[in-house]
Design a protein around this ligand. Structure first.
Ligand SMILES: NC(=O)c1ccc[n+]([C@@H]2O[C@H](COP(=O)([O-])OP(=O)(O)OC[C@H]3O[C@@H](n4cnc5c(N)ncnc54)[C@H](O)[C@@H]3O)[C@@H](O)[C@H]2O)c1
Length: 468
């Protein structure tokens, strides 16, 4: 599939940080688009030389609730593209604006305006990704069609929804039940149920490092430090499976919405879970992410709090070593951010990002399917990218192309897109796409440990994954 050729509108790129800088060369490479058609809006003038390198204009501007309409409306017309890769610029506001102007839209995270994630005036439920998603689903119900707005289409959320579908097809085939890709949501949900998938982890392990190690009072990461601190401090959230026997003591249901997910009364960065990637068993952080909710919702048979089938779905993220130390320090500071930040990019000296989906509980126990991409491969494939960012930017590029080719589909989540088309577009940038089985379970080698809370009768209960 190709973008309509050529794209003759304007592409407004909001935010020009780790992801914005990494996606620009991909957009210019894969879409028939002249640099003069692109306008970057970012408050950060330090990044101007990279824009200039591609002949693209950068306008120094910080968007806010008060100015976004006046600033953006004159720049947007029918068929133009609003690509939101910023932090702290509300997705819902830009999605409404795109509808007024019949423009296209894509983002990689449902962002609220600055401060909303930690606003103590709001309850944990109101500050959750579940609530942010429910507001957009309500908007979708109220919009009869409209221009395409593809929400949360990065790596995770984003790519992983397509990996889940491909992994289900692999699993069906390997269990001797090969089948064609289902044609609708219920078809995918019934397939996951039939295959006995109880839990899905978005299992990521980032091993990239730079020669200069983290120092005191510094937060180091391979993608947005602001973005990571925000989501790490939100309440942990997970899609809540129909096989789960009871909510954890700090688990809460929401008083509204689809009921596909629950939240915990503690930050994601204080919630560790056991998981597995091709590097072996690991412990990740159960940081809230919208894919944990949307995938669980998409794969539900039945409705509400007690559906016939739903897998438990959550993120299990082992960030790079210096980000791990940064989180440790952040927790010690009672979640008050460090005074310095450092984004690892050109200085990365080695390592890779393993990002995949781990399907658990079926007849072959555990199946991980995903991208293993080293920093050297990423650099050879596209400038201004690390292994972490390229998994995101390739999926953004694929989503932009798909939206241009399908301009009138309204608001869509990644789960609603055709996974083969998107994977076909991203595939050249994902390094090794690996599918591996393992006999790992969260109960393995724990006989001698003091784990009284374990449910030894059913390895796939959430209580067994959680590290308290
Ligand atoms: N889905 C995924 O896989 C995935 C992965 C990484 C990042 N993300 C998301 O992508 C977005 C960008 O991440 P990043 O790593 O590039 O972040 P970053 O912090 O590196 O860059 C953010 C950019 O937004 C700009 N910005 C901040 N406030 C702004 C404002 N008020 N108006 C306009 N621009 C503003 C910053 O100047 C910067 O250019 C975030 O929402 C992040 O959560 C998603």
């Amino acid at each position: 599939m190709n973008a309509p050729s050529p794209f003759d509108g304007r592409l407004l790129l909001i935010g020009f940080g780790c992801i914005g800088q990494g996606v620009l060369p991909l957009l210019l490479r894969h879409i028939d688009l002249q640099p003069a058609q692109v306008l970057i809006i970012s408050p950060d003038d330090a990044d101007r030389p990279i824009a200039e390198q591609y002949g693209v204009e950068l306008r120094t501007l910080r968007l806010s609730e008060d100015n976004y309409q006046a600033e953006l409306a004159p720049l947007l017309g029918p068929g133009d593209f609003l690509l939101n890769l910023s932090v702290q610029v509300e997705s819902a506001a830009l999605i409404a604006l795109r509808q007024e102007h019949n423009a296209l839209y894509l983002d990689t995270c449902t962002e609220p305006w600055a401060g909303a994630y930690t606003d103590s005036q709001q309850s944990a439920s109101e500050r959750s990704n579940y609530a942010l998603r429910e507001r957009l689903l309500a908007r979708r119900r109220g919009e009869a069609g409209g221009s395409t707005a593809l929400i949360t289409h990065g790596a995770n959320p984003g790519l992983v929804s397509h990996l889940v579908k491909q992994a289900l097809l692999h699993l069906a085939s390997d269990l001797g039940q090969p089948q064609a890709a289902p044609l609708d949501r219920l078809g995918w949900a019934s397939m996951a149920q039939r295959l006995g998938v109880r839990c899905i982890h978005i299992a990521e392990r980032d091993s990239q490092y730079a020669a200069q190690r983290k120092v005191d009072d510094e937060f180091v990461n391979t993608w947005s430090v602001d973005g990571f601190i925000s989501e790490a401090c939100q309440p942990a959230e997970l899609g809540w499976g129909s096989h789960e026997k009871s909510l954890p003591v700090d688990g809460r249901r929401h008083a509204f919405g689809c009921q596909a997910a629950v939240y915990l009364q503690r930050p994601g960065a204080a919630t560790r879970v056991r998981t597995w990637t091709p590097s072996g068993p690991t412990q990740g952080f159960l940081v809230t992410h919208s894919e944990a909710i949307s995938i669980a919702d998409y794969l539900t048979v039945g409705r509400g709090e007690h559906p016939e089938y739903r897998p438990t779905v959550h993120y299990a993220y082992q960030p790079c070593d210096d980000a791990l130390l940064s989180l440790h320090e952040l927790a010690a500071r009672n979640w008050q951010p460090q005074s310095r930040q450092r984004l690892l990019d050109e200085d990365i000296a080695g390592g890779r990002d393993e990002l995949g989906v781990l399907l658990l509980g079926h007849a072959r126990t555990a199946y991980w399917y995903g991208s293993r991409l080293s920093i050297d491969e990423a650099r050879a494939l596209c400038p201004h990218n690390s292994a972490t960012s390229l998994q995101v930017t390739a999926t953004v590029m694929a989503g932009v192309i798909w939206a241009m080719a399908n301009p009138d589909r309204g608001i869509l989540e990644p789960d609603q897109l055709p996974h083969e088309e998107i994977l076909g577009l991203c595939r050249p940038y994902l390094g090794e796409l690996v599918g591996l089985y393992s006999d790992w379970t969260p109960l393995q080698d724990r006989e001698r440990l003091f784990d009284e809370a374990l449910d030894r009768d059913d390895p796939w209960q959430f209580v067994n994954f959680r590290v308290d």
